[in-house]
Design a protein around this ligand. Sequence first.
Ligand code: BG6
Ligand code: MG
Length: 214
Amino acid sequence: MITTCIFDLDGVIVDTAKFHYLAWQRLAKELGITFTETDNERLKGVSRMESLDILLSLGTRTYDARAKEEMAARKNAWFVDYINAMKPEDIFPGVRELLVELRKKGYRLGLASSSKNAGTVLDRVGIASLFDAVVDGNMIKNSKPDPEVFLLAASKLKAKPSECVVFEDAEAGVEAAIRAGMKSVGIGSPKQLGKANQVVARTGDFKAEWLDKL
Ligand code: BG6
Ligand code: MG
């Protein structure tokens, strides 16, 4: 029986996946690297430094650790500029309503994000209080596809993995849910997220009554 819903943040609750892309693309341009939206799919759900390594692998130069720290900080400053301007109306359509309905029906809700900025985003859009537990990039060692973030969320929520459903827009996130022994709902295209138990185009399209049929 499903008792617990665990949500990714970027690209599932808010459109911050777009801000990550724009900030990485700006860095790529400065470095003379071609970086497309298809390349960006590989960065979704992946930590900041691992994302930078993937981006740099598309170019020809190598950089030392200090140069990489500086690049990651530069990208993050642009990303933070975007999220600081976010408002409650920036939450994806229907998502607040879905979270409220799930709570009313008695499900426990968790947030599990690889982002170290997740707390800021939750505050800006004003939904932190809807979650019983939040796990972000500051609390984990291994980012998705490693299952750590979801297993930590489940343990904070006192739920067994088999009672949890994960909502994810990243291929790495669906893989992490599978490795955690959890069911998953993919948000996006079935082509990319085909391993999920169900795929919907937008989080707000999901109906609470589908949970028991996954
Ligand atoms: C994930 C995003 O949620 O967080 C990734 O999908 C991002 O694209 C990762 O790289 C880390 O984010 P941050 O905010 O810690 O740089
Ligand atoms: Mg995401």
